[in-house]
Design a protein. Structure first.
Length: 231
């Protein structure tokens, strides 16, 4: 298991390298992504996520190790065999230094390979799966039907924006044409809402979500989450 510490962090909680893949397929209603539900009693138990997990020593290190780790985890959790070279980087997430578990995670996107078998969840770590339009998953979260964490929510929003081409392959191509987003998360509060701040937000340096100016944040308002980003 690859671990390292962030320069300038507390030094108490190591970062664990991880990788996940947003797998897309073409459906009658548009582009869908694969989501799986972690079983209780483990990290992120009960949450809906994309297939993925820790990068193991056998996967290697760095970017290529993360791609191989994402492929291995997808095979273990869903039975789907992917090509590491086909995975396009979408974003990289670094949790706040205060988090009890810190997974530094690469998010990749890929189209479901031609002739792929049906999804077969392992029944251990993964209890269920669903193919869903990204916007539908966001709506189900807003209604309280499913639980997801901020990186998943933001990724769903971004993939929804990228699906304008109308095809899984076109969505992957659109992602490949954009810069890879890097999120170094800082937590704050704004009224009753918990806020995740990222670089580019006026309140990022101070940790004050009320600081006026540019925005790059997810406001987890009890009445509905919203992503704010100044362009």
């Amino acid at each position: 298991m690859a671990e390292h510490h962030i320069t300038g962090g507390t030094g108490d909680t190591p970062l664990i390298d991880a990788a996940t893949v947003v797998l897309l397929r073409d459906a009658a209603a548009g582009v869908e992504c694969l989501m799986v539900r972690k079983t209780s009693g483990q990290a992120f138990g009960g949450l809906w996520v994309f297939p993925g997990g820790r990068v193991e020593d056998a996967d290697g290190t760095g970017f290529e190790g993360a791609r191989r780790g994402a492929v291995r985890e997808a095979a273990e959790e869903t039975g789907l065999v992917l090509d590491a070279e086909a995975l396009v980087p979408l974003s990289h997430w670094t949790p706040p230094t205060t988090a009890p578990r810190r997974y530094a995670t690469w998010f990749f996107v890929a189209a479901l390979p031609d002739g792929a078998a049906d999804v077969e969840v392992d029944g251990g770590e993964i209890g269920d799966h669903v193919w869903t339009a990204p916007a539908e998953a966001i709506a189900r979260h807003a209604s309280g039907e499913i639980e997801i964490i901020p990186p998943t929510w933001v990724t769903l929003q971004r993939v929804a924006d990228l699906t304008a081409s109308g095809t899984a392959a076109g969505t992957v191509d659109a992602a490949a044409a954009e810069e890879v987003d890097r999120y170094f998360t800082r937590m704050a509060r704004q009224g009753d809402a918990l806020v995740t701040l990222w670089q580019g937000d006026a309140g990022y340096a101070s940790g004050d979500a009320d600081t006026p100016g540019a925005r790059h944040r997810l406001v987890m308002d009890p009445d509905g989450w919203r992503y704010e980003r100044s362009r």
